[in-house]
Design a protein around this ligand. Structure first.
Ligand code: HPA
Length: 274
């Protein structure tokens, strides 16, 4: 059997031995957005360190564990902490958990992140439904021999972010009194924040927000036929948009301030996602 496929099967078998309820929805939690797991009931937690073939997270603000249980009446598996390309992982390691979630039977995934706002109508603390992405600077998650059990060699990315799910999050936002912005997310390799010139370039290219994750995971999810909802928490305005310096502490602080509205929105989306 293909090496990657046998690794995924091994990891999946381990997870299924610990999580017996069939999961319906996968959730990847971005920087500072981990507290969503507190809302999960009948929790089963598995440390990434204990999962065969899983890389281990290193970045500040990311605990590495898989948290499964009931959220909004659905069975979810949340990744508290993800693997970033900038940490030194190969992109195939970055997306490995997405392959495992799919293999575990998950067809719907919510991918979240902290991002810098490029669209000048945004402000720190906004939530943005991702309508599309720019991944031209991301190493391809699908590089190398295609495993046909996963999906097509040349997958279409025209509808990577499910349109009905974007409408749903907007509806949920209206119910909760939380405005949901829409926009295009651009990938930057990081870990340095971008220069003002890079942000001006991304703006011309059509980006509304920028971050260091999400794109490889979404490509992998779409490749394997998963339905994707992407949510960015705008934690800061990107470099050069406002006259201010950027730092990780500010990103984490905004994520903390936004925590309760982010958690309510995601929980209600999970509840209403059909
Ligand atoms: N740039 C890239 N990634 C980010 C930013 C940013 O400004 N804010 C949070 N993640």
């Amino acid at each position: 059997m293909n090496d990657i496929l046998s690794k995924i099967n091994e990891t999946c078998a381990f997870i299924k031995s610990r999580i017996t309820e069939k999961p319906q929805i996968g959730i990847i939690l971005g920087s500072g957005l981990g507290p969503l797991v507190e809302r999960i009931e009948k929790k089963i937690e598995i440390d990434y360190r204990d999962i065969p073939n899983f890389p281990v997270t290193t970045v500040e603000g990311h605990a590495g564990k898989l948290v499964s249980g009931s959220l909004g009446g659905k069975q979810v598996v949340a990744m508290k902490g993800r693997f970033h390309y900038y940490e030194g992982y190969d992109v195939s390691q970055v997306v490995f958990p997405v392959r495992v979630l799919k293999q575990a039977g998950i067809d719907n995934i919510i991918v979240t992140n902290a991002a810098g706002g490029i669209n000048s109508s945004f402000k720190a603390g906004d939530l943005m439904a991702i309508t599309d992405h720019i991944g031209l600077f991301a190493p391809s998650a699908l590089r190398g021999a295609n495993v046909k059990e996963f999906g097509a060699r040349f997958p279409d990315m025209s509808n990577a972010y499910d349109k009905e799910s974007i409408k749903l999050i907007e509806k949920v936002g209206a119910q909760l009194g939380v405005q949901i912005k829409r926009g295009v997310y651009a990938f930057a390799q990081g870990p340095m924040y971008e220069t003002p010139a890079e942000i001006r370039t991304l703006k011309i290219m059509g980006a509304d927000a920028v971050g260091m994750s999400t794109v490889p995971e979404v490509i992998t999810a779409v490749h394997s036929g998963m339905r994707v909802l992407g949510i960015s928490c705008i934690t800061n305005m990107a470099a050069g948009i406002l006259n201010q310096e950027l730092n990780h502490e500010e990103v984490m602080k905004t994520a903390k301030d936004v925590e309760s509205k982010f958690v309510s929105v995601v929980e209600k989306v999970v509840e209403q996602w059909k």
